[in-house]
Design a protein around this ligand. Structure first.
Ligand code: GDP
Ligand code: MG
Length: 196
């Protein structure tokens, strides 16, 4: 469990989900450290990075969780989702199968969210209690938009699917650093707006 420290008003847990190799880890390293890894391998153990973001002059801490490669075996556990108030659901615009998987990720997210929200209300602090009756901030992310020449999912398809499902939508490139900051910040801002 995370303790709030003096001067830090908010801590938001945000999860990255989506098929293997869509670029989740690189989106996080680009956002948190402005780094990109061409040969990234699955991280060992579940990892998260905490990033401080300024929203309207308020210091907001985003604890962003990345999978340890267990998505390859469809074995992302409830612990991963527990307490999350935001999610980036990532696909690769050059691999259609990863876009087709998004529905399954959303289903998993919503079934876990119902359970974890209930548990959080019992165990955690007021931040989570505020969230028990609000929707999770979710963004659909079409990553690798630098691969325009081998695009397999159109922008319009991504956009309309996101609209149908009530998600924010953005195409990103962790490689070229396109929209990465914006995508994370939109999710963080939406959570913040929901509680303030
Ligand atoms: P994860 O399994 O979803 O965490 O994906 P990774 O972040 O490990 O990335 C998988 C592969 O895709 C790696 O070889 C990355 O270098 C590559 N990759 C990640 N993001 C991008 C991107 O925006 N553009 C391109 N062209 N390649 C990317
Ligand atoms: Mg990864």
């Amino acid at each position: 469990a995370e303790e709030e420290q003096a001067g830090e008003e908010y801590l938001f847990k945000i999860v990255l989900i989506g098929d293997s190799a869509v670029g989740k880890s690189n989106l996080l390293s680009r956002f948190a450290r402005n780094e990109f890894d061409h040969n990234s391998k699955a991280t060992i153990g579940v990892e998260f990075q905490t990033q401080v973001v300024d929203i309207d002059g308020k210091e907001v801490k985003a604890q962003i969780w990345d999978t340890a490669g267990q998505e390859r075996f469809r074995a992302v556990t409830s612990a991963y989702y527990r307490g999350a108030v935001g999610a980036l659901v990532v696909y690769d615009i050059s691999r259609r199968t990863t876009f087709e998987s998004v529905k399954r990720w959303l289903d998993e997210l919503s079934s876990e969210f119902v359970i974890v929200t209930f548990i959080d209300v019992i165990h955690f602090n007021s931040i989570f209690m505020v969230h028990c009756d609000t929707a999770m901030a979710r963004m659909l992310v079409g990553n690798k938009c630098d691969l325009e020449n081998i695009r397999d999912v159109s922008v319009d398809e991504g956009k309309s699917f996101a609209e149908e499902e009530g998600l924010f939508f953005m195409e990103t490139s962790a490689l070229e650093s396109t929209n990465v900051q914006t995508a994370f910040e939109m999710v963080i801002r939406d959570i913040y707006n929901n509680i303030s």
